[in-house]
Every structure is written in structure tokens, then in C-alpha cells.
Design a protein around this ligand. Sequence first.
Ligand code: GLN
Length: 492
Amino acid sequence: MSSCALNAELPVASPEDLATICASVRSGATPAAVRVEAFLARIAQHDGVIHAFNEVHADAARARARAIDKMVASGRDPGSLAGCVIAMKDNIVMREGHTTCSSKMLANYRSPFDATAVEMLYEAGAIVIGKTNLDEFAMGSSTENSAFGATRNPWDSSRVPGGSSGGSAAAVAAGFCDAALGSDTGGSIRQPAALCGCVGFKPTYGRISRYGLVAFGSSLDQIGPFATTVRNAALVYDAIVGSDARDSTSADAPCEPLAPLVDRPLASLRIGVPREYRSEANSPAVAQVLERAISAARAIGAEIIDIELPLTDIGISTYYVIAPAEASSNLARYDGIRYGHRAKLSPGDDLEDLYSKSRAEGFGPEVQRRIMLGTYVLSSGYYDAYYKRALQARRLIKEEFDRAFASCDVVLGPTSPVAAFPFGGKTDPLSMYLCDVYTVNTNIAGIPGISINGGFADEAGTRLPVGLQLQAPAFAEETLLRAARMLEIALA
Ligand code: GLN
């Protein structure tokens, strides 16, 4: 893929305050319809190159904007996200349009219902502008595994946007929407946010209903927002958080609105920096941004504590047993009969052929690899050696975080060991999996994590955004977001 100087042509989204924008729509000063038109024009102009969207829902977005403006005109309040324009990862189901998971398997699939997160966004007055590209079934770290072509990074179109929610991250970074939703099983919100220079927030497992999120690794999957600032991410999070009777794993924990709180600095902040996160494997750009952030945190009075998380190392092997095991079971439903692509049969073919041909044609190579890996680690004779051991490792990783949080409020490190890499830069699966070294353990432990833009640095002669990750104990979203906001302001 050739590079074009989008940096000059495509100013990235400005960190406008979403609460202020929505207040303006609620007061009638800014029509939602005008906002939608501006985003549609920008998408029409630039998404041919970026390919953040699988599908743009122009008519539906316009109709929704008109309905919101009518509500305002008649004196009703559309809600906290009135006129907020959202891009939706294409593995979150909506009645509108298709839900493809960027897979041939679901290329023509239409959902008969909206995901709970989508319903809640509508109730808050938000407008969904389209479905964003991803690595097929959310498996990957570059969006190159999409069956419909890769998404390009708005900062340098010769580079990947990260993945699997690369389309959502690129859409926010390119200013195609106010915010986006993604899903994060092992880093798929935080890593693309880091590579595209925006904020990506994965809440505690169970905080946001998974009802209507196409399942990948059900014990790890979590929906979360992308936005241009921590404040804006908090506003979107507030609209979709909460327990849901339709997702038995959704948490019944208190969830007061956090957007009004994020600007309150914490009176004291202890930031743990694991020795393992200052690894030799980090690129020079990443290492430089991390050290700069540590100095900035010290300068605002945070206490920096050197900690150790020695199990960081086993995260990848643990994740790449558990996630494929769960995926192999979740993806069994795509059999050419109940859902998705059905192969044409030849005379003499039987039911077994229907299954195997449909699955071989419908799933791409990475998805097939994960299904085989997952089936293998769950098969009798190997179950104890792989799956059971991975569950034991999971427990140890969780306990290690518990110990770390006894001495600090949040853990800081890079989101990804490298900034955005060129297309085709990681062809063997293991080198791609290693992109997730800092993000998978968050999901394994079920704790919340956020990636913010730590600044820009030169990587191989190109100026690229570098993400910083903060992690906090389960359900400590308030601490996490307030600390992230403090760091965001300190680095601005
Ligand atoms: N990159 C990781 C994977 O390929 C994480 C994906 C995700 O979080 N959905 O599995």
C-alpha cells in the first residue's frame, strides 16, 4: 500500500468537549442534523483511503438526527448524548444494516435486534453513523485480517491502525465521528487507540452488557468506548454501563456517572510502574514516551512506585490458550445451516461436507488457526496440559495484580511495545500476538484498563502517536479515569 500525506490533508479530530456539544444540541443551539451532515461529508471525502467503515448508515443517521432535533423543538430532552455521533464496531449487532464481523461468513447477516449497548446509546440521544472494520471476528492486532480489506492509520496511511477495533480507532482519529464503540478481548480497544492517538477504555469485565456483542472469548470480552479525551470516553461509558438481565455475566455493581468526576484530581496518586513494562522489547519511541510520562506524573505530585509483575511474560501463552478455546466453542454455531455462509454442494456431498465446505469458505486463515488451536487445547489428552494449566496461570496472574494494587492505585506502562507498524510488517502469527503483551493480562484478570495518547515520537523516521496504558483494580473505574485525566492534562 502506498503512503499519502494524510497528516497534512486530514487534521485529526479535535478534542472538543462532548458534554458541551451535547448541551448545545439539547438547548437547540446546534442542530444534530448539521453535525451529522458534517461528519458524512468528512467520511465521503476521506474514508475511500482510510476504510474505517464497512458500512455508512447515512439515511438512518439523518433520520435519527431529525428525530432528535424535533424532540428538542417540542421541549423534550433527548438525553446526555444528544446529537453525539458514534461509529459502531461491526461485531456489535444492530437492526440497521449488516453485522459482518468483517467475515465472509456473515457478509449478508442482518441482526433481528439491537445490542443492549446500542439500545442504551439510542436512549441517551446518540446517533450511530455506521459500522466499522475489524480483524475478522476480532482476531488480530492490525485490522489486516478483515475479509473486506485493511483500514489505514490516519496518521500515516502506509501503516496499520492496530486491531482488532482498527476501524473504530481510525474513525475517531480521522474525525469521522465524536466517539466509537469497540470490543476488547485481549487489547482490541486499547492497542488500536494507542496506534491511532486516541483514548480507548476497556472497563472491568461485566460492566457493560455483552448482549449483542458477537462472542469471541466470552470470559474475556468487554465492550468499551473510543474518544478523543478521557472526559469524552467517560461520558459515553456512563450511557452504556450497568447490569443487564440478558447478560448473566453483567455486573450488578454501583455505577454513578463518572463524567462529572473525571476532572477532579485525586488528592494522592500512587502509580506503580512494573519493571517488566520497561522492557528491552519496547521500541525507542515507546520507551521515550513512557519515561516522559513518568517525569510528568512526578511533576504533578504523583508518587511513582517501582513494582514487579513477573507473570507479564506468561500472559501471551495463557491468553492464546484461553481465547482460542472459547472461540472454538463460540464459533461452532457458524455451520452453514443456522448462521452465515452456506457452501454450494456437489453431487454425493453429505452433511459433513456441508459443514466443512461452508466453514472453510466462510472463515479466513487466522480464524481457522484459532479454531484449530482451541479445539486442540480442549481435546481429551491435551486438556490438562494446556487448557487447565492456562486456567491455573490465569488465577496466578489475577493474584499478582491483587498484590500489586496493595501498594499502588494504578499501574502505568506502554499500551503496545511498538507504535503503528507498516502493512505486512508482522507476517508470522507469533510476532503479531506479541503486540498484545501489555494488554492481555488486563482481560485475563478482568480488571479495567485505558489507553491515552502519551504524545508523539519518531519511529523509523515517522512521527507517530504512542499510547500509555493505565490499569486499576476491578470496579475502580473512578480512580482509573481520574488518574488518566490527570496524566492526560499533565502531558498536554
Ligand atoms: N489481538 C488480540 C487477538 O488477536 C486481541 C483481540 C481482541 O481483543 N479482540 O486475539
